[in-house]
Design a protein around this ligand. Structure first.
Ligand code: AMP
Ligand code: MG
Length: 412
């Protein structure tokens, strides 16, 4: 079997995934981390009217030909109020966010004006000396400069972060049509596994992938069902697959994808559905199983089997499952951050495979390397803040530039 590169594997995954169509309506408060299900139009302009960016005085710029011009203050306009048309050769006292009165076209900030005399009981009828000649439009925020009415402000497929929710709110929207959550079923193979909270059996280890992978799918806005630890038998693996295929869009498993006699994922998925076993030329995470199982719905349930080693399953989730889920969610593809950073380490014995090393950005903005890069050492990922993508066979010297993939990608 020929090995695939990470890029080839990802291309196949993305070409197979079909975005789900079903949507639901949720409030803005519940929309964080969801994917927009239809284009959002604005019915309003933001801001709705021209307004001032500064506390100061609003006037006609043509009434201020030179520094030192004196104008009478004829009205006072706090934020939230509409003034009346500005009489020529006068200024209006105005406060940040207040609408520009008809006839006026520029604001001079209060720091550039000197108050001469004192206001009357209504706070007007005093003179100001203007120490700055304003240009037309100075300190004026134009009506619709942020959002124009009857335009699309958020596109279908947008992953909703806090700032997108704010944009929707600024257009007066309270609810959004979002894609239904992708339903992910997870299970974990390995007779050696014990759930945290229980005493370890002799020869056992705690199941760490469960918490890592559940947190990963939750971070991507998915619903999940945990089918727990599945014994290393063909019958148990097949039975769990059948159950997991019902009412889920995707099954994610860890372990059992090698070709040892205790590895039952391959024959089990082949028996219940379709499977491609991939050897991907990456380290960690060489074996990856990709397939589908007919479930309850009109579409088969996708299957992705990750290797069992904790770093391998985390890294393959980041590289393959995350983009696959994004495609199922119908997420508009953002260009994945593609940072080119300098290594602060030497990597003298490169592997034949493309390596993804756990690294951390240091004070100098360069990458430090975790000393133990074994695929069983999950503390490397907790220590690090991302992966350095080292091409197959390429030695790295301090100061060389490498591609850096931040773990924060997992969260959106
Ligand atoms: P496997 O892919 O099943 O051959 O497992 C590879 C290695 O990962 C073995 O050392 C397993 O004990 C370990 N492993 C498998 N599943 C898990 C898990 N859920 N949590 C922690 N370690 C695991
Ligand atoms: Mg195993």
């Amino acid at each position: 079997m020929s090995m695939k590169t990470a890029t080839q594997a990802l291309e196949i995954l993305l070409s197979q995934a079909k975005a789900i169509k079903t949507t639901e309506t949720v409030s803005l408060q519940d929309a964080l981390g969801r994917v927009l299900g239809q284009d959002l139009n604005s019915t309003v302009n933001v801001p709705p009217l021209d307004n001032t960016q500064m506390d100061g005085y609003v006037m006609r710029s043509q009434d201020v030909p030179e520094v030192g011009t004196i104008l009478v203050v004829s009205q006072r306009i706090p934020a939230g109020y509409i003034g009346h048309a500005l009489e020529p050769k006068t200024a209006a006292r105005i406060f940040t966010g207040a609408s520009i009165p008809e006839g006026a076209n520029a604001v001079v900030m209060q720091e550039d004006c000197e108050v001469l005399g004192s206001p009357d009981a209504k706070g007007v009828n005093y003179q100001i000396k203007i120490n700055h000649v304003p240009k037309v439009g100075e300190w004026v925020r134009e009506k619709g400069e942020d959002i124009r009415e009857q335009t699309v402000i958020l596109k279908e497929g947008t992953f909703l972060r806090p700032q997108e929710l704010g944009v929707a709110a600024s257009a007066g929207v309270t609810h959004l049509e979002v894609k239904k959550r992708i339903r992910v079923a997870l299970f974990f193979t390995g007779d050696e596994l014990t759930l945290p909270g229980h005493p370890l059996k002799p020869g056992g280890i705690y199941n760490s992938n469960r918490d890592t992978l559940i947190a990963c799918v939750r971070a991507l806005g998915c619903d999940y069902t945990d089918f727990g630890i599945v014994p290393d038998t063909l019958a148990a693996t097949r039975a769990t697959l059948r159950e997991a295929a019902i009412e889920h869009d995707l099954i994610v498993t860890s372990g059992g994808v090698s070709v040892g006699e205790e590895d039952h994922i391959k024959p089990a998925v082949e028996a219940e559905g379709q499977l491609d076993m991939w050897q991907i030329a990456i380290k960690p995470g060489k074996p990856l199983a990709f397939g589908s199982i007919q479930g309850s719905g009109s579409h088969p349930t996708w299957f992705m089997g990750l290797p069992g080693n904790p770093v391998s399953s985390f890294v393959t989730f980041l590289l393959f499952v995350k983009p696959f889920i994004g495609a199922l969610q119908g997420r508009q593809a953002r260009i994945d951050p593609h940072y080119q950073l300098k290594a602060d380490f030497d990597w003298v014995k490169p592997d034949k495979r493309n390596e993804f090393l756990r690294v951390k950005i240091n004070q100098e903005g360069r990458l430090d390397l975790f000393p133990n890069q074994s695929s069983g050492v999950l503390t490397s990922a907790a220590w690090g803040d991302g992966l350095a993508d080292i091409p197959a066979g390429q030695a790295i010297k301090k100061g060389d530039t490498v591609r850096y993939i931040p773990f924060t990608q997992l969260l959106g």
